[in-house]
Design a protein around this ligand. Structure first.
Ligand SMILES: [Zn+2]
Length: 230
């Protein structure tokens, strides 16, 4: 921990990359966890462009459940600490695979949401933004197109600008802290390989040997320990 603090203080360019494990302490169910009714069906068959086009009933039910599950979810202390580090100039960039918007809700700025956001919706046909309430009511766009959340579905490309921005931060980084992501999903899984800086991996369940430092622990709890004597 002491080494991580030293790196954090001496690094002139620190990037934080977060995944599902960052949100679990806020009560957001991991997409891949064993609980939740959608475990009866593989998300990879629902969170897809195919389901959007040919099984909208299921697609809509899946996302309605996920959106409703976020209703009372708020950022935890770990999100606050990262936003605070950004404010203090200890962190230069935050990128996330999470679609829940919790970093921004905690006050972090210019967060790159690499897998999009579930907090807003648009029309699949004309691209026009629409009210969330209209999606939840299963209304169609004025053009007749289907409404959908602004998440990146399987089969879709990552948002180019967010990806390029994060990539350039990775290349410039002296320190990269990866929190709560299993790094199973391509191409985000490649990002930690794009830096010449020190790398830290914080995860409760998974270990990755190619990082300079591994911390086995919950995201929020670990960040609190690091922050305590920073
Ligand atoms: Zn439309």
């Amino acid at each position: 921990m002491e080494q991580i603090r030293e790196w954090l203080k001496s690094s002139k360019h620190t990037v934080v990359l977060t995944g599902a494990g960052m949100s679990t302490e806020s009560g957001v169910a991991d997409f891949r966890s064993k609980s939740g009714w959608w475990q009866q069906i593989n998300p990879r068959t629902v969170a897809t462009t195919e389901a959007l086009a040919s099984n909208y009933e299921l697609f809509h039910r899946f996302y309605t459940a996920r959106i409703n599950a976020l209703e009372h979810i708020v950022p935890h202390e770990g999100h606050m600490i990262l936003a605070d580090w950004q404010q203090r100039g200890l962190v230069q960039h935050i990128a996330t695979q999470n679609v829940d918007g919790l970093h921004t809700a905690a006050g972090a700025e210019n967060v790159d949401e690499l897998h999009g956001s579930i907090r807003s919706v648009r029309c699949q046909s004309c691209g026009q933004a629409a009210e969330m309430s209209r999606f939840l009511a299963k209304e169609a766009c004025a053009c007749g197109g289907r409404l959908r959340p602004n998440v990146i579905l399987f089969g879709e490309n990552l948002p180019q600008q967010a990806w390029n921005n994060t990539l350039s931060h990775m290349k410039a980084a002296q320190l990269v802290i990866v929190i709560g992501t299993s790094l199973e999903v391509y191409p985000v899984s490649q990002l930690p390989h794009m830096t010449n800086g020190k790398t830290v991996y914080i995860n409760l369940e998974i270990e990755h040997s190619h990082f300079d430092r591994m911390v086995k622990g919950k995201a929020g709890e670990t960040l609190k320990i690091i922050d305590a004597s920073l």
